[in-house]
Design a protein around this ligand. Sequence first.
Ligand code: GRF
Length: 179
Amino acid sequence: MIGVLVSGTGTNLQALLDAGLPVLAVASNKRDAPALARVGHLPTASFELPEYESRDERDAVMADWLEQHGVELVVLAGYMHLLTPGFLDRFPGRVLNVHPSLLPAFPGAHAVAEQLAAGVRESGCTVHLVDEGLDSGPILLQERVPVLDGDTEETLHERIKEVEHRLLPQAVEEMLCAR
Ligand code: GRF
């Protein structure tokens, strides 16, 4: 009953698949997202914004496609676009996101670089329910990750992702069990 939205490399998608969670379909806003190559036999589709009149229309078509594939729970695994209110209304309280910081600190697309620039000694990752804001919405799970001397954006992000790959499947499992 899970639909996964991706834009990037898809290591979090891989963690969901490896955990044996019931992923039914995977969609992307980018046709060439490397994440799509990880999917194997599952249905995939891309919904690129320039091909639609508006974000509302794109998100409505994407929500239709997900519903047609039986999706009830939507997981954003590195999906780098804000979803429209119309999309969120289709899956009320059933859209999750994973983010590489201890939200509400450092929301947005450059969270890891901004944490290094700010000189924080402690980073982390957060799994939260999605609302209309930028990386806002009720927090489900959160875990700290230390920032080490000499960390670059790449090394810190890798260390955060190792935790994400455990926390995201755990949060999804807990959501499924609570339903
Ligand atoms: C992750 O760090 C996630 O928290 C953020 O985007 C990154 C996606 O990585 N939203 P991947 O595509 O799952 O490898």
